[in-house]
Design a protein around this ligand. Structure first.
Ligand SMILES: [Cu+2]
Length: 308
């Protein structure tokens, strides 16, 4: 037999301590939110503080930034939930550790709490769904009049890049193009701060156009499927590109380079190509490195492969 009075008072004390614990967890979550809000940090800058949670960098296009922000914000939201749950777990482990043979106060059918843990996850999912859907729509958006059009042609096992604006024709009247070979990594030259429409077609099997710095890849299909996407690149530089779809024996060698240059240099590059210069010559004429700098051709001859 337990003395009723002492049981009730110890239950009250437990409840009080429980409330204090819940308040500490609540304060922690609120403080984290307040620090983020009051410091005026963009999710991007918080992300770089945490090295982007495994996401490469901030990205180099308007769409990369949106995807990056979605990623970092989702991870931060998951962390807040995680910290809250860990807090509750550790609080229970410490607060309700076994201290004797007396059973602690048994409670169940707490309607407000049951409603809370049913409704709250739904709200969290709804918010995540909303931002995922709007980001995806934004990334897939294609404007009616892009500034530049490029055709990406994939084949086993390399790439061809065709500049398909009507103003980009070589001396032979054909669209200016750059085609990769086993000893030449094709360089796709694009202007910064211009909307670029990429048309994708494949000559044989499914490949995938992937520039890691764009934080984006899109499959390249054979047949009549013409995948397309649009980006505005905001940072000049050389970016490695890869095939991201296992397409055959030399899939791993399907590298290319995307070279983002100023719009003026892009026009000068096209003008040089129109006069009949090759891609390396035209790149050299605008002061750019003539060949890929972020990747190199692989030796596909197995008899000449060295141990290194
Ligand atoms: Cu491929």
């Amino acid at each position: 037999m337990f003395a009723r009075g002492s049981g009730a008072s110890s239950a009250r004390a437990r409840n009080r301590r429980g409330l204090v614990g819940a308040r500490i967890v609540g304060l922690g979550v609120t403080a984290l939110g307040a620090v983020m809000a009051l410091s005026g940090c963009s999710v991007g800058s918080i992300g770089s503080a945490f090295r982007g949670f495994g996401w490469p960098e901030y990205g180099i296009s308007d769409k990369s930034h949106r995807m990056y922000n979605l990623w970092v914000a989702s991870v931060l939201a998951a962390l807040v939930v995680g910290v809250f749950v860990w807090g509750l777990i550790f609080w229970c482990v410490i607060r309700y550790r076994k201290r004797g043979e007396e059973l602690p106060l048994q409670t169940r059918f707490n309607l407000p709490i049951e409603l809370l843990y049913t409704v709250l996850p739904f709200l969290i999912i709804a918010v995540l769904f909303y931002y995922t859907a709007t980001t995806q729509t934004y990334v897939d958006k294609i404007s009616k009049n892009p500034d530049v059009k490029v055709e990406v042609v994939a084949f086993k096992w390399n790439w061809e890049f065709r500049y398909i604006d009507s103003t980009a024709q070589g001396p032979d009247g054909q669209a200016i193009s750059t085609i990769g070979a086993s000893d030449y990594v094709p360089v796709l030259v694009v202007p910064t701060h211009k909307s670029i429409l990429f048309y994708e077609t494949s000559k044989d099997v499914i490949h995938s156009f992937w520039v890691p710095d764009l934080l984006f890849k899109r499959d390249v299909f054979p047949g009549n499927v013409e995948n397309k996407f649009q980006m505005t690149i905001d940072k000049e530089g050389s970016y490695v590109g890869r095939c991201a779809e296992l397409c055959g024996a030399y899939h791993a060698y399907m590298n290319f380079e995307m070279r983002a240059v100023t719009p003026e240099n892009y026009d000068r590059f096209l003008a040089a190509r129109k006069q009949g210069m090759s891609t390396p010559e035209a790149l050299k004429s605008i002061g750019e490195s003539p060949f890929a700098t972020k990747t190199h051709p692989f030796n596909t001859d197995p008899t000449k492969r060295s141990a290194s």
